[in-house]
Design a protein around this ligand. Structure first.
Ligand SMILES: O=P(O)(O)OC[C@@H](O)[C@@H](O)c1c[nH]c2ccccc12
Length: 385
């Protein structure tokens, strides 16, 4: 008998959020009735058709969205992710007279800078998406050259020099260090990095916190720089990946402390379709274990900087590459990139000794008058040939 074939596919939480927020999910996600807030229009017995009924529906939708946010934050917390994707608006709600009002909710203040950035991104992406919906982006992708091999470039640089392949970062500022370089010409810096022997470049595109832009990325690509380019963004939605590709990105950063596993899997698939590489960033054992369990991960970044506190500790790299984890990484032939806080040839030697074949460096290069020459100083010799 011909059976009905049902395939159950995991839905990434960003997609769940989109779908859920279009429906009134109040009934499905209800809290125990004892603590479910009564709505103003329910209490006042307003009927359909009146303005107040419409307001009631609007507030229904708002409540549903809040519940979705709570639900999504719960999914995220269950994986040990401390960064909440959105402010958990919602309770406490207090009913006073015929109106409702929300008491000041401390949970709606970001707990750290990373959370603040992620909340800001969420709003920023929503606005950008309105201006450039996905279908127009997809069309634009037909007319641009294919993505370059980011991982291949790192591997061959490592083989050529015997030193870690370098991803040099085009970064004007950061929340932890302020303005890093006043006379910031992204194209000149990119060209200097390439001349100095960088295998790949990382371009910050966040404006508010890093003073970067997608225009910088595009300008570098269009200036004829050959190094593959990493989209250095706080990715919260797949739309950003398509947008980055349309501006010339060859690889994208995915931060494990921000994205649940399902999102990482889903975004890796999208990147593969677009021919892009993904650099999945971790900072502790739990994140490393999560990422090692995800199929298709080829490039992992260990960030020595804690993005919640800004503390830098190169010991993190060593710790995360020891023992069984290091063994698994070798078995799976995953390339590991050491990120942040690398300033001297000793630092490079230290992380190389720990097992790294690539490094991502910003501050120590960008602050020098010639960022290209600074590469030789950092590596202890000229790596451009
Ligand atoms: O400037 P540094 O310390 O060399 O660090 C570069 C890079 O690792 C850092 O900019 C970075 C790593 N992961 C990030 C995530 C978002 C923004 C920035 C980053």
């Amino acid at each position: 008998m011909e059976g009905l074939c049902l395939t159950l596919q995991p839905i990434p939480s960003s997609a769940i959020q989109r779908r859920l927020s279009t429906f009134n999910l109040h009934n499905r996600l209800t809290r125990p009735s004892s603590c479910a807030p009564l709505r103003a229009h329910q209490k006042s017995g307003i009927t359909e058709g009146s303005d107040s009924a419409l307001e009631g529906k609007v507030s229904d939708v708002k409540i549903s969205e809040q519940e979705v946010n709570i639900y999504q934050n719960e999914v995220v917390e269950s994986q040990g992710i401390k960064i909440r994707r959105r402010p958990p608006t919602g309770p406490p709600m207090h009913y006073v007279g015929p109106f409702e009002f929300r008491l000041q909710n401390e949970g709606n203040t970001p707990r750290n800078i990373l959370e603040e950035i992620v909340w800001h991104k969420d709003k920023e992406v929503a606005q950008m998406k309105e201006r450039k919906p996905l279908y127009t982006l997809k069309k634009a992708l037909d007319n641009i050259p294919p993505a370059q091999d980011f991982i291949g470039a790192l591997r061959s640089a490592h083989q050529r020099t015997g030193l870690p392949g370098l991803i040099a970062e085009v970064k004007k500022a950061s929340p932890s260090r302020g303005i890093l370089r006043e006379d910031f010409n992204p194209v000149e810096i990119a060209q200097a990095y390439e001349k100095g022997g960088a295998a790949c470049l990382s371009v910050l595109t966040d404006d508010k916190y890093f003073k970067g832009s997608y225009e910088n990325l595009q300008a570098i690509r269009e200036a004829g720089v050959k190094c593959p380019l990493l989209l250095k963004e706080f990715i919260v939605e797949a739309w950003q990946i398509y947008y980055g590709r349309s501006k010339g990105a060859d690889a994208v950063l995915l931060i494990a402390s921000v994205l649940p596993d399902l999102d990482i899997k889903y975004m890796i698939k999208i990147c593969k379709i677009l021919g892009m590489a993904t650099l999945v960033e971790v900072h502790d054992e739990r994140e490393m274990d999560r990422v090692l369990a995800i199929e298709g991960v080829e490039l992992i970044g260990i960030n020595n900087r804690n993005l919640e506190t800004f503390e830098v500790d190169l010991g993190i790299t060593k710790k995360l590459l020891e023992g069984e984890r290091g063994e698994l990484i070798r078995q799976k032939d995953i390339l590991v990139v050491g990120e942040s806080g690398l300033f001297t040839p000793e630092d490079i030697a230290f992380v190389q000794e720990a097992g790294l074949k690539a490094v991502l460096v910003g501050e120590s290069l960008i602050k020098q008058s010639d960022p290209g020459k600074a590469i030789s100083t950092l590596f202890g010799r000229d790596i451009s040939e």
